[in-house]
Design a protein around this ligand. Structure first.
Ligand SMILES: NC(=O)c1ccc[n+]([C@@H]2O[C@H](COP(=O)([O-])OP(=O)(O)OC[C@H]3O[C@@H](n4cnc5c(N)ncnc54)[C@H](OP(=O)(O)O)[C@@H]3O)[C@@H](O)[C@H]2O)c1
Length: 294
């Protein structure tokens, strides 16, 4: 039997690269998408060094024409269409709601929410015809929990969760299984890129919070790498009956549980504290300093 084909979007780095390598080593026929010929070459080099085999296609998920072209090419490479798609490509637009303009908000929603739905439209007809297929959407714990200074990112992931839940119910009778992966925080390029996307600091009423971005990027270097997310995707693809959603990591599980169980006033307070919107009481500040080894 020929290996099952899986498309992974945003395969060049971070979680997408980890998923690509994990699936390729597990025996899937992986097609990794990247945005430029340079990134294509870099991905092929990394894959070759690990001894895996991966085919590549150019794709900018935020560009509808690019999506049609890429998935037409992929249909030809996979005898009509891939068995599965992992919608991973995404980014985090930081900034207070007041500071993020329409263009930035649209770009966030286009990439993280509209694109996975558009890609589902492109792959579903062939999956339905075969009565077999999987769509795995990489969401986030931010798909369940709203955070200040990340309002539009949370909106994009919470929108993705709503659309994915609807899609899962709509496609079940056609043999297509739809899954959400909800990672906590992992060490990838998303943090540095987010810091670069911060709104102009000097003029903002939130400049003190933005000034802490460097510390957030430094702290992110100590986070766990992306492999646990890749293992969750592998589990979702290998399971005969995958779960509707996989929360990845203890941090994600406790944040999701706390957000449901604790009163909103308490979770607001904790999130304001964590993002510097509220000053910590001296005792809490000393405990945080101790945790940071100061
Ligand atoms: N890292 C975390 O802590 C975390 C937690 C929860 C969820 N996630 C989610 O995991 C996914 C991957 O993020 P990551 O952490 O691996 O970040 P990353 O290291 O910054 O990688 C993001 C990937 O998405 C690609 N991408 C971005 N916009 C794209 C577009 N318009 N078209 C095609 N590709 C595009 C990037 O390609 P280029 O190289 O061309 O920019 C890159 O390959 C995202 O959906 C993110 O929201 C991450």
């Amino acid at each position: 039997m020929s290996p099952k084909s899986v498309v992974v979007t945003g395969a060049g780095r971070g979680i997408g690269l980890a998923v690509t390598l994990e699936l390729a080593h597990a025996g899937f026929d992986v097609i990794g998408t990247v945005r430029t010929p340079e990134k294509d070459e870099a991905l092929r080099a990394v894959v070759e060094r690990t001894g895996a085999a991966v085919r590549t296609v150019l794709l900018d998920v935020a560009d509808a024409t690019s999506c049609v072209q890429a998935f037409t090419e992929i249909a030809m490479m996979t005898d009509g269409g891939p068995w599965a798609v992992v919608n991973n490509a995404g980014f985090a637009q930081p900034g207070a709601v007041e500071d993020v303009d329409d263009e930035q908000a649209r770009r966030q929603l286009e990439t993280n929410l509209i694109a996975p739905a558009r890609i589902a439209r492109l792959v579903l007809p062939a999956m339905r015809e075969r009565r077999d297929g999987r769509i795995v959407n990489i969401s986030s714990v931010a798909g369940r929990v709203s955070l200040p200074m990340l309002g539009w990112y949370c909106a994009s992931k919470q929108g993705l969760e709503s659309v994915t839940d609807a899609l899962r119910m709509e496609t079940e009778s056609f043999g297509v299984k739809v899954v959400l992966i909800e990672p906590g925080s992992h060490r990838t390029g998303i943090w540095e890129q987010g810091a670069e996307l911060l709104p102009a600091e000097r003029t903002s009423a939130y400049r003190d919070q933005y000034a802490a971005a460097d510390q957030v990027v430094r702290d992110a270097r100590t986070l766990p790498g992306p492999r646990p997310v890749a293992l969750a995707v592998l589990k979702a693809l290998n399971a005969r009956r995958p779960l509707p959603r996989y929360l990845v990591g203890g941090g994600a599980r406790s944040a999701a549980a706390l957000d449901v169980l604790a009163p909103t006033a308490a979770t607001d307070w904790a999130k304001q504290l964590a993002t510097g919107l509220r000053a910590a009481p001296p005792r809490v500040a000393r405990a945080v300093d101790r945790l940071r080894g100061k």
